[in-house]
Design a protein around this ligand. Sequence first.
Ligand code: UD1
Length: 425
Amino acid sequence: MEKFLIRGGNRLKGTVKIGGAKNAALKLMAASILSDDKVVLKNVPKIKDVFIMAKVLEELGMKVDLSDSGTTTITPASSLRYEASYELVNQMRASIIVLGPLLAQVGKAHVALPGGCNIGLRKIDFHLRGLEKLGAKIRVKHGFIEAEATVLKGTNIDFNFPSVGATENILMAAVKAKGTTIIKNAAREPEITDLVYFLKQMGAKIDGAGTSCLVIKGVEKLRPTGEYTVVSDRIEAGTFMVVAVLSGGDVLIQNAPLNLMGMIKNKLIDAGVKINETDGGLRVSRNGEIKPLDIATLPYPGFPTDMQAQMMALLSVANGTSIITENVFENRFMLIDELNRMGANIRVQGPHAIVKGVDSLTGASVRVTDLRGGAALVLAGLAAKGVTEVNDVSHIDRGYENFEIKLKSLGADISRLDEQNSPNA
Ligand code: UD1
């Protein structure tokens, strides 16, 4: 296991470039299952989850070439297999997303029940019920979802909650179904819109991109995609905005998709963050003290749950008390105990975290429990007095490309070590 050793207190300055969105790249890779031709994706982030998805596709018989430049070429299988193993799905819950495209392409899918971040129940009932409505027969046996469909037929699906993954799975299954599928209360995250644009470039007939009602007219065959560039990662951009502010620095953030970051931008401005749009990117710095906030996570266009932990790190040193309400996942406050070990004053009341701002955090040894919580601990460490050891950083590598290298280039004192090299070992 690896860890980060951080000496806090440096004001971070310089330029950082945001990569492609994890949550879009993974889905575009899965959508390549639907293609009979080569797919070329640009701006694919080099992160652990992408490597796992590449392995999932290779297990299905496809060939995935991930180049250093972020261009990924995916060659179809000569004979597509239909099983995603427990070994891979257990490492990344998002692997469940191959279910829809496999059903559409081979009429069969065996996918292990997912693992992934331990941030709540993360049910998959909407995925399964939606696919059943499209005509699939589904059994869950020995830890595997076994789905089969000789033909998928268009239908109406109305989600109780706008689930990102279920919207995407149904969307990909419906693209080649017979007739029209209407998804109501669809999730509207920008990464889903990216998937819609990609599918449309392949010849899929989809109306309602970016809205909560997607209308998909099934087509028999898709056409070659040509190249497609993955949308920028709004969560990575938001994370670096918090980095700039928390460290009291001044950072130019390139390729941030500000038009997709409405609530993140508004809340940061309310907290006293200065964001200047320049030709070269977003210039982010602090406008005086950090002000307390009320934040409630919600599906897009609400405040994203994937930015909740980073905001908590920021608000832990605000001048006053903030309330953060987590509405999307029921167990996404795991970092609180770790932040409190660093001197934060946070307590949980049901879905609310009450964050009493403290003057400063102090370095401590902390353990990463999930991807975004891990990033938040690094941000806290950068602002803290003294040395912070962030243990088990593999979760962070799932979603941030070269995180510590980018931070170092901004002047952070951070290094990656094997856990055996701990000064306390
Ligand atoms: C995706 C994102 C994740 C983000 C989340 C919410 C990827 C790879 N991951 O996760 O980063 O935090 O959206 O924006 O894109 N639910 C059910 N039944 C279902 C499906 C979901 O009850 O069948 C519930 C979940 O338990 C959760 C909520 O709906 O409480 C939201 O989940 P969902 O939107 O599906 O998130 P993911 O697609 O897993």
